[in-house]
Design a protein around this ligand. Structure first.
Ligand code: PEP
Ligand code: MG
Length: 386
């Protein structure tokens, strides 16, 4: 039974205000923190001023005391009714309650007999809203040949280190961004040329998160470092050409957040993972729109976009019923909580999207390495196009 709830005014990896929650039961203290985004989608659950969220919750805290942690769905339903509390508080509260219900074994939520480990999908170079020269936000590595999760992480880290070394030699690096990825000084094509040579050496594949809404203005997609602006058809051809030239295996948000039909057209042309992040914002109603148009084969799942784990699971269920690949993702502003690692196992995610640079990123991959050794019968998930 929930005896008390404590809230702490903390900070995330970007130095932004954030909240640590603690739920106290007779079994102990169950705490949580969650990340927050910079390239946020229009339909995400809103974040509030952290101080206001805390003050508003303290006024209604009593409603949540005395509930059994096993009734975590009811706990979430109460959270979802609150209009004056943002995702930065509802999400960690919901995670804390689920941690209490599962005694800190969220990966065991569905009591599976064996575990399929996701592939890391790790940002090694960045631009867009996270900084850097390219409009494309994230250049991602997929360690497709890895036979185990520890091997997968080792490959990604080696690529990340090689990128630093090789790009630095040419003066192409301007530092590290919010997600611990290197800030490229070059345009998208030169960046991809150099990156693909490195990934070839390590037998890894490349993915891209365009986060295209961020650079779509008045009907055009802007690429200042390429000296180009593309209308919708030209953007489509550009994306298709990059997929073919660099043998991309994963493409996220290549079009703006309402371009369901462009996503569908691209999906018909390629057999790789086309996924939606800003397109869906982990919102069941948005996913239904995408399903009706067969827009994507994959979906980014960010629990704080939904605001509770119950709503996140509702989104995942719709996606899975429609054969979408689940990609559980970090945010650019993160904390050292590894909830998404445990959760990715519980929901059989194909990928865990998470950088390798910085404690708040590597803690999530290290958690999965630990579980790889501790859980019985671990194996890498099967992905047809890898
Ligand atoms: C993303 O767009 O996939 C991402 C992780 O960025 P942010 O957290 O800034 O939305
Ligand atoms: Mg994204």
């Amino acid at each position: 039974m929930i005896k008390d709830i404590n809230l702490f005014y903390f900070y995330n990896s970007r130095g932004e205000p954030s909240i640590k929650t603690e739920i106290l039961t007779e079994n102990g203290i169950f705490s949580a923190m969650c990340g927050t985004g910079k390239s946020r989608g229009k339909w995400e659950k809103k974040t509030f001023n952290v101080k206001n969220s805390i003050e508003n919750f303290l006024k209604i805290k009593k409603q949540f005391l005395g509930i059994s942690e096993k009734d975590w769905k009811y706990f979430d339903s109460l959270l979802e009714k609150q209009k004056n509390i943002g995702a930065e508080l509802t999400t960690p509260l919901s995670i804390s309650c689920l941690r209490a219900a599962t005694k800190n074994q969220i990966y065991n939520l569905f009591e599976k007999k064996s575990f399929n480990f996701p592939y890391p999908l790790s940002n090694v170079l960045g631009g867009g809203a996270h900084g850097g020269s390219t409009s494309i936000q994230e250049f991602l590595i997929i360690p497709s040949k890895a036979k185990s999760f520890p091997e997968a992480v080792s490959l990604v880290i080696n690529v990340w280190k090689s990128v630093q070394k090789e790009f630095k030699k040419k003066g192409f690096i301007a530092g590290r961004n919010d997600e611990g990825a290197w800030l490229t000084r070059e345009n998208e094509l030169k960046t991809l040329d150099m990156l693909s040579k490195i990934t070839e050496d390590f037998g890894c594949d490349i993915g891209l998160d365009f986060a295209a809404t961020q650079f779509y203005k008045h009907g055009f997609y802007y690429y200042p470092f390429l000296g180009k602006k593309f209308n919708s058809e030209q953007q489509f051809d550009f994306v298709l050409n990059l997929i073919k030239t660099y043998k991309l295996k994963y493409v996220e948000d290549p079009f703006h957040e309402n371009a369901f039909s462009s996503f569908s057209d691209l999906r018909k042309r390629v057999g790789i993972c086309i996924s939606g992040d800003d397109l869906y914002c982990t919102q069941p109603d948005r996913i239904k729109l995408g399903v009706a148009k067969s827009s994507t084969s994959g979906i980014i799942i960010k629990p704080d976009q939904a605001g509770t784990i119950s709503k996140t699971l509702e989104a995942i269920n719709i996606a899975k019923e429609n054969n979408m690949d689940i990609i559980v993702s970090h945010r650019s502003g993160e904390t050292c909580d590894y909830f998404i690692s445990d959760f990715s196992l519980a929901v059989d995610a194909k990928f865990i999207k998470c950088g390798v640079g910085g404690g708040e990123r590597i803690v999530k991959l290290n958690r999965l390495i630990e579980l790889w050794y501790k859980l019985e019968r671990p194996k890498m998930v099967k992905i047809n196009y890898l």
